[in-house]
Design a protein around this ligand. Structure first.
Ligand code: F3S
Length: 389
């Protein structure tokens, strides 16, 4: 891979050991994937934040690094609400390790907004055509597809390397030739809300790591696109998709190699296969809720008291900007947790059965949190929490 004289100097260790190690990671990845050179990135989103996932080895690795990030960099959700962890049932030892992890990132200049939806809080992190180095699969999907920026799905170390160097290796979704649709997905039914999670759940399984181009009956909202991409990234490993008239266009004309048709019958089968009955806890906000989603939840809960645990996950900044909605939701007995989520926190492991409106959580809860998952619309989830179902 070609390195500029400045990059070569970093690679040779002339700017310190941390940058040398980071450049080594970028060059190794570039060599593996045949990158010609590095490319500057506008921003970085770093996974590998929950102490549940990184453990002592990860914490030690991050704590060892020195210097400051070269571009705006933001964290993925941590293993707990950084303020209300006791309410989540997190033990003090875990909390201490999690705080140390956050401090290690803070020391490097990383922004301590722990969220998988950085695009909901900072417009400036990603714009059409930008190169990024983002980690979390739903954020990667959203950045590539809805914003029209370019990012591969970075691992924690490679994202941190990109953050400290300010560049990433130019391969994969950074190149137009890899951004062309591989299949056409036609959906012959109107979709709403969690239907998009169900569609993503189905499409990801079929498309795997391909690039689907959707022709839908209606026009999805940004939250619905967020749900679609998140589910596809989990049930398959889709990092880029298109929706006709709703997302930026493919870079050049293309021809579908494959054509898939999905309808109401298939969508309804997802709901039927994963009923929410018997759930001890309902978890919403995967990916993290937007202000609009908080408003919808507050509306459905208004005047009611929950009979079961209802957890709503969002970014701290979104919660602060919507303090009235958070208060309205919590008045019902539900809890709005920030900085974390039901999948990356060990708090959910204490439950046997959880209900969610997220196609992504439906995939990950059993494997990553050991919790059986039910799936339903937002209204059905709230009904379960209120003891109506
Ligand atoms: Fe975000 Fe956690 Fe879901 S990181 S996408 S809320 S699994």
């Amino acid at each position: 891979m070609y390195l500029s004289p400045e990059e070569e100097a970093i690679y040779q260790g002339e700017r310190g050991e941390t940058l040398r190690r980071m450049m080594e990671i970028l060059v190794a990845l570039g060599d593996i994937y045949g990158a010609e050179r590095l490319v500057p990135v506008r921003s970085v989103q770093i996974a590998g934040v929950s102490y549940k996932n990184i453990g002592d080895a990860g914490l030690e690795w991050i704590s060892d690094l020195e210097g400051q990030v070269a571009v705006p960099s933001i964290l993925n959700p941590a293993g707990m609400d950084l303020c209300r962890w006791r309410e989540m049932g997190i033990d003090a030892q875990f909390a201490e390790k999690q705080q140390q992890t956050i401090e290690a990132y803070r020391k490097l200049g990383v922004s301590i907004d722990c969220t998988c939806t950085p695009y909901q809080i900072y417009d400036s992190l990603a714009r059409l055509g930008d190169h990024l180095a983002w980690s979390e699969s739903s954020a990667v999907s959203y950045a590539n597809s809805v914003i029209g920026a370019c990012t591969n799905r970075e691992g924690g170390p490679s994202a941190l390397a990109a953050a400290l160097v300010g560049k990433t290796a130019l391969y994969g979704y950074h190149l137009d030739e890899n951004r062309l649709p591989t299949c056409l997905v036609e959906v012959e039914t109107d979709l709403r809300g969690a239907d998009y999670g169900a569609l993503g759940f189905l499409a990801g399984r079929i498309v795997k790591d391909g690039v689907p181009f959707f022709r839908l009956a209606g026009r999805p909202s940004r939250d619905e696109l967020k749900a679609l991409g998140a589910a596809m990234a989990a049930s398959g490993s889709v990092a880029l998709y298109y929706v006709q008239d709703a997302t930026p266009e493919p870079p050049t004309p293309w021809q579908a190699e494959e054509r898939i048709t999905l309808g109401r019958k298939e969508i309804d089968e997802v709901y039927a296969k994963y009923p929410g009955s018997g759930a001890e806890v309902v978890a919403l906000g995967c990916p993290h809720c937007s202000g609009q989603e908080l408003e919808e939840i507050a509306g459905l809960l208004q005047g009611h008291k929950v009979q079961k645990e209802l957890w709503v996950c969002t970014a701290r900044k979104i919660a602060e900007e919507n303090a009235d909605l958070v208060a309205a939701i919590e008045k019902s007995g539900a809890r709005v947790f920030c900085d974390t989520c039901m999948v990356v926190s060990p708090a959910t492991e204490g439950f046997a059965r959880m209900m969610t409106s997220s196609g992504k959580a439906l995939v990950y809860l059993p494997g990553l949190a050991g919790v059986k998952a039910g799936f339903g619309s937002l209204k059905e989830c709230i009904d379960v929490a209120l003891g109506r179902r």
